[in-house]
Each structure stands twice: as structure tokens, then as C-alpha cells.
Ligand binder design. Structure first.
Ligand code: PAF
Length: 282
């Protein structure tokens, strides 16, 4: 039976007991409303640790004032069942007061420079400060050996890797592959905002990423590929925020040079904002 922990002292006691037993502990941070993508993170965590804790916390500091914090779906019972079935040992369910004892406005903030400011950071100012702030707290609260994050949030993973190295958290960060529906649509809690026709349309994002990869591998210039991707998304009914090709560290690659690349898209479809990416060798 999965254990639900809501008090920091109880969390610390549980993890301390596992450590006394010599067990390796993995953390899977989430905001709940879990789907197969999250459960695959738990299953991956299991292969790297003896015990797995998932945290479920809808983090107010990473939502902008006009974003969906209040509406973000909260499904604690279904989450606990799914986590248990995926092999999770405990769920860490802190309150906002436990996470931010001085209150959200007066909290110590963690800011990762440069990588936080581009792409998602430019469209969602302060978002990655909120992510870095809460992930630092989760790391201090749980003190895991390993933490697993999805590669779907590519830039978030880059921010967390920077944070772990710079603040010397003794934690191994593992990026888990994107889980897709049969149509190619990347799994996301926000997919449930899509109507049935929008859901079909949303699969175009993955096809657009594949087309960007093929064009890059055929040697087309990056600027032209990005412009075409933008047009293609707009023609398919999206409002694109960006459709870009970057190096794996998210810097702009020089034209004519090969190497590891990532194509990233963020686009709105109706009231839903979707992000996705595809890593490849050019
Ligand atoms: O990816 C998410 O669900 C969140 O950004 C995270 C990492 C749990 C921090 O709130």
C-alpha cells in the first residue's frame, strides 16, 4: 500500500529509515493529475533506486498571473492509485504552507541565469525561477540520491541540471524519454483541455518537429526551417510561440555545422498551450 506523507518530519523519518537500511532513494517531482508519461518516470526511477517517492505539488510560484494555477486539475486519489500501480513507495503531498513557510511572496527564490531566460522563459517570465525554487526545496526536503524528470520539458531539465551542478546537490538527475500517444501527441496533463478535434490537430506538432529534423538533416539553413515550421503551424490552426532548432545546451547553432540538435515547439491551440521537442543528430 502506497504511503501518503503530508508532514516534513514524517517525510524525513521515512527517508532516514530507508537510508539506515542502505537503500537508494529516487524522487519523481510532479504537479499531479498524473498520466502514463508520469508513471513511466516512476518505472524508470525504480530501475535506478530501491525506493521511489513521487511528490505531488501544484507549485504557485511557477504560474504566471494569467496562467491556469487555479484551474490546474487536482486528482489526488487517482494519482495515488496510479502511482501505487507503477511501483511508487510513497507520495509526498506538502501543503503550500509547508513548501513556503514564509508565504509565496516572501520566499527565498532560486534563479538560474541564461538558460531560464530564453524560449519558455521569454514567453513565461519567472516560470523557471518558480521551478528552480520549488525543485531546490523538494531536493532539500526529500534528499534523494536520484531524481527523474521528463525530457518533454526539455528546457526545464536543462535548468535543473544547471541548478544541481551549481548548487552542488549530491543528486543524479535522469531525463526520461517522452511518452507519446499513438498519434504522436506528447502526453501532458494539459491535453485534457483539448476538444476531440483539437486533440487530432495537436498531433501536427510532432509531425512538424519530424519535418524540421528531416530538413536539418538535409542541410537546409536553420532560419528557413524555423520560418517554414512557423508557417506550417499557423496554417494548421496553431498560434506558435516558437519553432526553433538549438544545440543541446539551447544555444543557437552556427549554420553549416553538424552535431547534436533539438527542435523545440511551443504553440497555442484554442486555450491550450502545448510544448514538445525532438532531439536528433544533424
Ligand atoms: O514538471 C513539472 O511537473 C513541474 O515543473 C515540477 C518539476 C514538478 C516542479 O513543480
Amino acid at each position: 500500500m502506497i504511503e501518503t506523507v503530508t508532514e516534513l518530519a514524517a517525510l524525513r523519518a521515512r527517508v532516514a529509515q530507508w537510508r539506515r537500511e542502505g537503500l537508494r532513494v529516487a524522487l519523481v517531482p510532479t504537479m499531479g493529475n498524473l498520466h502514463d508519461g508520469h508513471f513511466s518516470l516512476v518505472r524508470l526511477a525504480r530501475t535506478h533506486a530501491d525506493r521511489v517517492i513521487a511528490s505531488v505539488f501544484v507549485n504557485p510560484t511557477q504560474f504566471g498571473p494569467n496562467e491556469d494555477f487555479a484551474q490546474y486539475p487536482r486528482t489526488p486519489e487517482a494519482d495515488a492509485h496510479g502511482l501505487e500501480a507503477a511501483g511508487c513507495d510513497a507520495v509526498w503531498l506538502p501543503s503550500v504552507a509547508t513548501m513556503y513557510p514564509y508565504g509565496v511572496e516572501a520566499t527565498v527564490r532560486v534563479q538560474v541565469p541564461a538558460v531560464s531566460e530564453t524560449l519558455e522563459g521569454a514567453h513565461r517570465p519567472g516560470h523557471f525561477d518558480g521551478v528552480a525554487t520549488v525543485v531546490s526545496r523538494l531536493f532539500n526536503q526529500v534528499q534523494p540520491d536520484v531524481a527523474v524528470f521528463g525530457r518533454k520539458d526539455y528546457q526545464q531539465l536543462a535548468v535543473i541540471r544547471y541548478l544541481v551542478r551549481d548548487l552542488a546537490f549530491p543528486i543524479e538527475v535522469i531525463g526520461a524519454d517522452i511518452v507519446r500517444e499513438g498519434s504522436g501527441l506528447a502526453m501532458s496533463s494539459r491535453n485534457q483541455y483539448l476538444s476531440a478535434p483539437e486533440r487530432e490537430q495537436a498531433a501536427q506538432i510532432h509531425r512538424c518537429l519530424q519535418a524540421m529534423r528531416e530538413a536539418a538533416q538535409a542541410g537546409r539553413p536553420r532560419g528557413a526551417i524555423e520560418a517554414e515550421a512557423h508557417e506550417r503551424l499557423a496554417a494548421a490552426g496553431f498560434v506558435p510561440d516558437y519553432a526553433v532548432i538549438r544545440g543541446l545546451d539551447l544555444t543557437v547553432p552556427a549554420d553549416g555545422e553538424g552535431g547534436a540538435r533539438v527542435a523545440l515547439i511551443a504553440a497555442r491551440l484554442g486555450r491550450t498551450r502545448l510544448i514538445d521537442n525532438l532531439e536528433f543528430e544533424a
